[in-house]
Design a protein around this ligand. Structure first.
Ligand code: PLP
Length: 426
């Protein structure tokens, strides 16, 4: 009989093997490139040296830490976000997390119970959706999106219908009867951004129905749009910036779940939640927080130094350059070399390009062919859909590989797609 340890080891081996099996070029993985991650070593070395000079006298970083996180971390993070988000972020509105995955799990599990109804975009980040549905046993209702992001009119109608059926009693400990999970900026998988018009409308709808909107904001600062001088412009304003305390109808309906995983390193397991006071209090008064203290005290202190020394900003500039080039190259190949009838929107940031084939085309079949003939893989759109839609779409991540490997793999997918489409028409 295998022990638990054997099972864990087998799973680890499977993950590694699955990611790069037989030298497979796996464009389905949404992770930073190794060449970029190697640069994190010197950032962490310098930042650690900087912070340890203080810790030799204090030792605070080796303690459980305060529940909302290291003061320097929240201060430096607030000024970083203020620069990038185009509005003032107050350090008191931030709580440290161990990444956006932990943030989502924590918020949803603290606020809702098995069987409660929650709303998700379709398509969406499929693991975020699985956390809600499978891990937490919540009933997920999917809401379609278009070029401007989630269909807020339809959401409004669905909320109206489901509110009537809801048995959740709203209390101080459970201030919302439901939540919407969405990725408003540089959406995974489509790369789209919720338009400003929809942002305003969504905040009104959230207030009207008393729901919490949990924004998965892990890609926001990865913007590749440039001004006429060639400098990167600031990304579209985060949804939370449309829910201001000074607004007459303010009720604190939006939480922003951010992370250093995509802009620095997922191995750090470090993120933040920016949220209204009632949500922060719920987190900080939980036994979960009471027992463990800050969710990642040590690392947050080191990253406070990295932020203070400008190392994160410098790194971000470099990776924006790399990812922008990768994204543009992939888009160019798809639009110029892939068969006609394939459409592909050029995102302004993030990690992904979403490609749409004519209805009836099977991206699952294309994927099988690409693995068999080229050892190249990608995500079939239906995995990103709670309803199993988008079988004619695929998602390519342009972050993990160098330009040559990436473009070669994308060309090969295009060649296989052409052969498949020709075979279907003859
Ligand atoms: C939309 C989205 N949210 C969250 C995550 C994971 O974030 P973290 O590493 O901060 O837990 C990912 C990673 O692929 C993602 O694409």
């Amino acid at each position: 009989m295998s022990s638990t340890t054997d099972k864990v080891d087998a799973k680890d081996a499977y993950d590694e093997q699955n990611m790069f099996e037989n030298g497979r070029i796996n464009l389905q993985i949404g992770a930073p490139a190794y060449a970029i991650l190697q640069q994190c070593a010197s950032i962490m070395r310098v930042a650690t040296e900087h912070r340890m000079a203080r810790e030799e006298k204090e030792g605070f970083l080796f303690q459980y830490g305060s529940r909302n996180g290291d003061v320097a971390y929240r201060k430096e993070l607030a000024s970083f976000l203020t620069r990038h988000y185009r509005y003032q972020v107050d350090s008191s509105s931030l709580v440290v997390t161990a990444g956006a995955t932990q943030g989502l799990y924590m918020l949803a599990s603290l606020l809702f119970s098995r069987g409660d109804v929650v709303f998700v975009e379709d398509p969406t980040y499929f693991i975020g959706f699985q956390i809600l549905k499978t891990d937490l046993g919540l009933k997920t209702i999917s809401v379609p999106m278009d070029e401007e992001g989630i269909d807020v009119d339809l959401l409004d109608r669905l909320l109206e219908e489901h509110k009537k059926l809801s048995t959740v009693s709203v209390t101080e400990e459970r201030p919302f009867w439901t939540m919407l999970y969405l990725i408003p900026t540089f959406h995974n998988p489509t790369g789209r951004c919720l338009s400003e018009r929809r942002c305003r409308q969504l905040v009104q709808v959230a207030r009207k129905h008393n729901i919490l909107v949990v924004c998965d904001d892990v890609y926001n600062t990865l913007c590749y749009e440039r001004d006429p001088q060639g400098n990167f412009v600031t990304p579209p304003p985060a949804l939370i910036s449309f829910d201001q305390e000074t607004d007459p109808g303010f009720h604190g309906n939006v939480a922003s779940n951010g992370s250093f995983s995509k802009i620095l390193s997922p191995g750090l397991r470090l993120g933040w939640i920016q949220a209204p006071k009632k949500i922060r209090s719920l987190i900080m008064n939980s036994s979960y927080c009471d027992s463990g203290g800050s969710f990642n005290n040590y690392t947050s202190g080191i990253i406070a130094s990295a932020l203070q020394l400008g190392l994160v900003e410098q790194h971000l500039g470099k990776i924006q350059d790399i990812y922008a080039d990768n994204m543009n190259a992939v888009h160019k190949i798809i639009t110029e070399e892939w068969p006609t009838g394939v459409s592909c929107h050029l995102p302004k940031g993030g990690f992904f390009i979403w490609v749409e084939f004519p209805q009836g085309f099977s991206c699952a079949e294309l994927k099988e062919t690409c693995i068999r003939d080229h050892n190249v893989s990608f995500y079939v759109g239906s995995i990103c859909s709670p309803q199993g839609l988008f079988g004619n779409c695929l998602r390519v991540c342009f972050a993990l590989y160098d330009m040559e490997t990436l473009t070669d793999a994308v060309r090969k997918i295009g060649q296989s797609a052409r052969l498949m489409m020709e075979a279907h028409t003859t």
